[in-house]
Write a protein that binds this ligand. Structure first.
Ligand SMILES: Cc1ncc(COP(=O)(O)O)c(C=O)c1O
Length: 457
């Protein structure tokens, strides 16, 4: 028998709150008519509080008006501060998702808000027909802090990879002015994710993302992530324009590359004249405790794509390239109406300036180590947990069953986590500013929610 504390919020009047303590049996179900709502608890940690009236209306309207591409959780968020999100009924959630690895500074960071509001009042958009100051200043910062010599802006991760595909093809053609057939093919790897537009989708390993839309871009070979031998052999064929690889795979299940693997790709690409493209859309920009995930390996790419966290929640993507690659790209080869606008770039400057401080990165590393150890200790002994892995604050907990009931139970208990891989990996990508106290709370809630994995599995 356990005791839990329930906080009821009246959906009509969110400021009206009712506190109740109840005793319930582990695994037993009960229904508590509260007078203000109806709450069902089916286990000691699984307190199912259905959406309130306002949320219900939004969810119903969403189902009526939106194209049904998303399987959303039944929550309507209305505000956020730091690592906390608040739903339409005023309930608080600890956010370990960061909007899928986006809100690295949390919600409503004051410097970010200032950068956005000041720039919005000054100039939001003029298109790439003209120069703007924030775009150049952001590009200069990215170059100063990376391997790259030049930058191209897009609006998302998939667009950044789309641009990288075009740049790789153009690079290979540019090297053969005699009209000799350039290599046009690509390599990517098992469990990879590069995006949803036709080129990036072609590079993405999950078959069921691709098959309804075939034919996607031809010429992509998927190899086993980590299979340096197969990759070297195929690159040596001379047909490969570029190899796309995530130094740490996010969507695929939080798998880190081995140094020898990236080194073999680098060597083979250099020997054969192929380009090495790192997709750091999810793992880049401080998430690993390094500014760029590949810095952990000391092996550098020809092209790197970035997106998610760079503008702190505004849409941005970036392709960073060496001078050699940039030399192949002519005026008119690629473009975008919105990309690199002054508003997003000013927001991104605020984010980059904060994250790239060595004290900020050291703090991410320290918290990442602390959290991984805490999770390993806390979850050790649960037969459902196979492995805790990751680097910095991109952490995966591999289970031997689907993680979806666990994710729901965590949400009902006020903790937001994601899945990854084949749905059996719990993905934790909190705001990088999360405190140790919040990490402790997340570990506590996860521990309490683990028993739901034994219900119905
Ligand atoms: C590694 C990686 N590349 C590309 C993408 C696509 O980015 P976006 O959703 O911004 O198009 C993602 C998104 O999850 C990603 O994780």
């Amino acid at each position: 028998m356990s005791s839990i504390h329930l906080l009821f919020t009246n959906p009509i009047s969110p400021s009206t709150k009712l506190h109740r303590s109840v005793n319930i049996r582990n695994g037993g179900g009960l229904t508590i008519p509260s007078g203000n709502g109806r709450v069902t608890a089916s286990a000691d940690v699984d307190v199912r509080v259905g959406p309130g009236l306002l949320s219900q209306k939004v969810i119903e309207d969403d189902k009526r008006v939106m194209v049904g591409t998303y399987a959303r959780a039944p929550v309507v968020f209305v505000s956020g501060k730091g690592c906390k999100l608040y739903d339409a009924e005023g309930r608080e959630y600890l956010d370990m998702t960061s909007g899928i690895a986006v809100n690295a500074l949390g919600h409503g960071d004051p410097d970010w808000v200032q950068a956005v509001t000041e720039q919005a009042g000054r100039l939001t958009h003029v298109s790439n027909l003209f120069h703007t100051i924030p775009q150049v200043e952001l590009a200069e910062r990215l170059i100063a802090r990376s391997f790259a010599d030049r930058v191209f802006f897009t609006n998302s991760g998939t667009e950044a990879n789309e641009a990288a595909i075009k740049f790789a093809r153009k690079f290979q053609r540019f090297l053969r002015p005699d009209g000799k057939k350039p290599p046009t093919k690509f390599i990517s790897f098992s469990n990879c994710f590069h995006g949803r537009t036709m080129g990036a989708l072609a590079l993405t390993s999950k078959e069921h993302y691709r098959s309804p839309f075939e034919p996607v871009m031809p010429g992509v070979t998927f190899l086993e992530y980590g299979d340096a031998h197969a990759a070297t052999e195929l690159i040596n064929s001379g047909n490969i324009a570029a190899v796309f690889v995530e130094p740490i795979q996010g969507e695929g299940g939080i798998y880190s590359a081995k140094k020898e693997f990236l080194q073999s790709l680098r060597t083979a690409c250099d020997d054969a004249g192929s380009l090495l493209v790192y997709d750091e859309v999810q793992c880049g920009l401080g998430r690993t405790g390094y500014l760029w995930a590949h810095e952990a390996y000391g092996i550098f790419p020809d092209i790197m794509t970035l997106a998610k966290p760079l503008a702190g929640g505004l849409p941005i993507g970036t392709v960073l390239v060496t001078e050699r690659v940039a030399a192949a790209i002519d005026s008119g080869d690629h473009g975008s109406t919105f990309a690199g606008g002054p508003l997003v770039c000013n927001a991104a400057i605020a984010v980059l300036d904060k994250i790239s401080k060595s004290s900020f990165l050291a703090d991410v590393s320290e918290k990442g180590l602390y959290f991984k150890q805490l999770l390993t200790q806390t979850l050790r002994g649960n037969s459902r947990v196979k492995e805790v892995r990751g680097l910095g604050l991109i952490i995966g907990i591999e289970l031997d069953v689907s993680a979806s009931t666990f994710v729901d139970a965590c949400r009902h208990s006020g903790l937001l986590v994601l899945t990854a891989g084949k749905g059996n990996v719990v993905r934790l990508v909190p705001p990088l500013v999360i405190s140790k106290q919040e990490l402790n709370l997340a570990a506590d809630i996860m521990l309490k929610c683990l028993p739901v994995l034994d219900d119905g599995n």
